[in-house]
Design a protein around this ligand. Sequence first.
Ligand code: ZN
Length: 300
Amino acid sequence: MPELPEVETIRRGLEPCVVGLSLESVTVTDQKVLDWSAKEGRLAAVEGQRIEAVSRRGKYLVMVLDRHYLIFHLGMTGQLTIRDPRRHDSAFFERTVTGLEWCEQHAPDRHTHLHLFLGDGRQLLFRDIRKFGRVYVLGRSAEELAAFFRVHRLGIEPFTSDYNLKAFLSGFKNRTLRLKSLLLNQSFVAGVGNIYADEALFEAGVHPARRVCGLRKAEKERLFLAVQKVLERGIEFGGTSFRDFVNSEGEKGTNQEKLYVYGREGEPCLTCGTPIVKTVISQRGTHFCPTCQPRGGKRL
Ligand SMILES: [Zn+2]
């Protein structure tokens, strides 16, 4: 599932390609990816509008148009890529983008549900194998956008002034759930998913199954720094590609080569050599080092 670094990588790739262009027309081949706000012709309202900016909140990508916001959530397997039909490799694309292979262009196939035709002849394709992704259309008003994120219960946004220690610590109050569950909860810190939750807990040296209420202040402070650090690293390396993630140009990220615990079950911890353990917490595969992240907490 694309998390904050993957969505941010897509945003950074899209922005210089699409800002200033008009959205000439939109073709939908599967209504399932449309939220009700984009159904029954409401998506057609964006046609002819100019793309002013591409922003992001948590895992949501927000395309700012003249009169609307066009919002994408990539769900589990969503991809948003630019295709230039005039490019030399557009005709001989041979395989679908489902793995780690570098692809030259993202050719439309049966999983491509939305085609946005841009003013310069290129296309923006929304492709999603599992169809958990969603497309939303909102009227362009700050209040409407704020209400949208309230309804979707988005918490503090990393890399903004909202992400401060006070706000972070308030997320621990009156909660007894496990740390891994807290990090996965989008109403705590927006944009963190399974990969970066595991990496942040390793970085902070805390066990993922510990209860939120049992954490010492110093451990919470370490986690506060760790979350932003692992997200930053993810962005720096262009996101993590295990299965479906590709950037707007169809290229995979390289952060999977930089991970300390996620996807490394049985391999030696890069810090201490202990084999990484995989367990299940909140129905999600969870990776940790039993030595660097002891259940009882580290002696300080
Ligand atoms: Zn270790």
